[in-house]
Design a protein around this ligand. Structure first.
Ligand code: ACM
Length: 388
C-alpha cells in the first residue's frame, strides 16, 4: 500500500494524454473521458471512501515527453497506476519506464497487437477486433486491390503488415505502401494521390493519424476521387479527426471501431450526454474516449477489491473483470491483459456523421498475436467460437 493510501489520503493516479501536438484532438477526448470517469467515481464516494486524484500532464504528442513524464509520475508523484497514450510510439516509450518502476499502464487505444506486458492493460482494439472485420467488409463491398497510406511510425507499419496479410489471403493486391510525416501537409499526399489515380485501387487503407487526417481527406476530395468506388477506410479516423473536416470531405469514407458517438443504446446515450455535459456540446466522443472511460471504472473496481494500488494485486483483480461499458459488456482477458470488445463498422454520411453499416452484436475475444483468427475463420463457426 502506498504511503498516501495508508494515511487515508486520495488515490493518486497518473494521466498522460496530449493536449497539444499532432494527436491532441483524439487525446483530448481520451483525457476528458478519463476525468469524467474519475468525477463519477468521486461523486459516488471515491474508492473505499478515498477520492481518486488525477495527476495530469501534457506530453505534447511527443514520445520523449511521454517517457520523461511517466518517469516523473512514478518517481516524483509516486503514482502506481497511469492512464494514457494514443500513438504506439508513445506507449513503447512509456512501457519500459512503467515496467522498471513497477507501475501499471492502462492503454485505451486501438493498436497493432503483437505485444504483451504484465505492466499494461490494453483496452482498445487489437487487430482481430477491427482490422479483420474491416478487411472482410471491404473485400465484400469494394474489392481487394488496396493502396496503403500511413503516418511514418510503428503503428502504421505494423497495421499495414497485418492488412497486407489479409489482402494476400484474399488473393488481392497491395498496389503500393506510402508513408508521410506525422505533421504532413497537402504536398506530402501528392505521391499517394498520384498512385491512387494511376493504379485505381478499390480501397485506400489509411493509417494516417491526427491532424494530417483532415488534410489527406481534403486532398483526396480536391483530386476528384469518388468514395463510392474507392473509399478511404481507416481505424484511426474517429469523430475527433472528422470534426476538422467539412461534411462534404468526410462523406462516404469508412471506419471500424467498437464504439461510435451515434450508437443509440441507453448506455451509449448516457455516456455521450455525460461526456458532452463535461467537455462541451461540440466535443467529439470517440472509441478512444470510450475505452479511456471504461478502463478507469474497471481500475477503480479492482482497486476497491484489492484495497491497494499495488500493480500486481490490481492486475490479479482485473483477471476476467467485466464492466457494462457504453459499447456493451467488456471483459479483461486473463490470458493476455487485452479486452473483449464489440466490433462495428461505420460510414460517414452526407452530414459528416458516422452511420453504423455493420454490427453483428458479437463480443470478440482479443487475440493480439492473431494466433487463431484469419479471414478463413470469419464464418458462422468462427463467430460461435469467439462469441463470449
Ligand atoms: C496507434 O498508434 N496505436 C494508433
Amino acid at each position: 500500500m502506498t504511503d498516501a493510501a495508508e494515511a487515508g489520503a486520495a488515490w493518486k493516479v497518473g494521466v498522460l494524454f496530449s493536449q497539444t501536438g499532432v494527436t491532441s484532438a483524439i487525446e483530448s477526448s481520451q483525457l476528458n473521458a478519463t476525468l469524467l470517469a474519475i468525477d463519477e467515481i468521486n461523486a459516488g464516494g471515491g474508492v473505499l471512501g478515498r477520492p481518486v486524484e488525477p495527476v495530469v500532464y501534457d506530453p505534447a504528442s511527443n514520445p520523449k515527453q511521454f517517457r520523461v513524464l511517466a518517469e516523473r509520475l512514478l518517481q516524483v508523484d509516486r503514482v502506481r497506476l497511469i492512464f494514457g497514450c494514443y500513438m504506439s510510439s508513445t506507449r513503447k516509450a512509456v512501457l519500459p519506464v512503467v515496467e522498471a518502476g513497477r507501475g501499471l499502464l492502462f492503454y485505451p487505444t486501438l493498436y497493432e497487437g503483437f505485444e504483451y506486458s504484465p505492466h499494461c492493460i490494453y483496452t482498445g482494439a487489437a487487430p482481430n477486433q477491427n482490422s479483420l472485420q474491416l478487411a472482410k467488409f471491404l473485400f465484400e463491398h469494394y474489392g481487394n486491390r488496396f493502396l496503403l497510406v500511413g503516418s511514418n511510425y510503428v503503428y502504421p507499419y505494423e497495421s499495414n503488415r497485418i492488412m497486407t496479410d489479409f489482402v494476400t489471403q484474399s488473393r488481392g493486391t497491395v498496389v503500393d505502401e506510402i508513408y508521410v510525416p506525422l505533421n504532413a501537409g497537402e504536398d506530402d499526399f501528392a505521391k499517394a494521390l498520384k498512385q491512387a489515380d494511376k493504379a485505381r485501387p478499390d480501397v485506400i487503407f489509411s493509417t494516417v493519424v491526427g491532424q494530417s487526417t483532415a488534410v489527406f481527406y481534403e486532398a483526396y476530395r480536391k483530386a476528384g476521387f469518388d468514395p463510392a468506388t474507392m473509399p478511404i477506410a481507416s481505424l484511426t479516423t474517429s469523430e475527433a479527426e472528422v470534426a476538422s473536416m467539412s461534411a462534404e470531405v468526410a462523406e462516404g469514407h469508412i471506419t471500424a471501431a467498437p464504439f461510435f458517438e451515434v450508437i443509440a443504446t441507453p448506455a451509449a446515450k448516457r455516456f455521450v450526454a455525460a461526456f458532452k455535459r463535461r467537455a462541451g456540446s461540440d466535443a467529439p466522443v470517440t472509441a478512444g474516449a470510450e475505452s479511456a472511460y471504461f478502463q478507469v471504472h474497471l481500475a477503480a473496481a479492482a482497486l476497491a477489491r484489492a484495497g491497494t494500488d499495488e500493480p500486481e494485486q490490481i492486475r490479479q483483480e482485473l483477471r476476467d473483470a467485466e464492466f457494462d461499458a457504453p459499447q456493451g459488456r467488456v471483459r479483461i482477458d486473463r490470458e493476455n491483459n487485452h479486452t473483449y470488445l464489440w466490433p462495428r463498422i461505420a460510414r460517414l454520411d452526407a452530414r459528416g456523421r458516422f452511420q453504423i453499416v455493420w454490427n453483428p452484436g458479437v463480443r470478440v475475444k482479443p487475440d493480439p498475436y492473431c494466433v487463431s483468427q484469419s479471414l478463413d475463420d470469419w464464418s458462422a463457426d468462427g463467430l460461435q467460437q469467439i462469441r463470449a
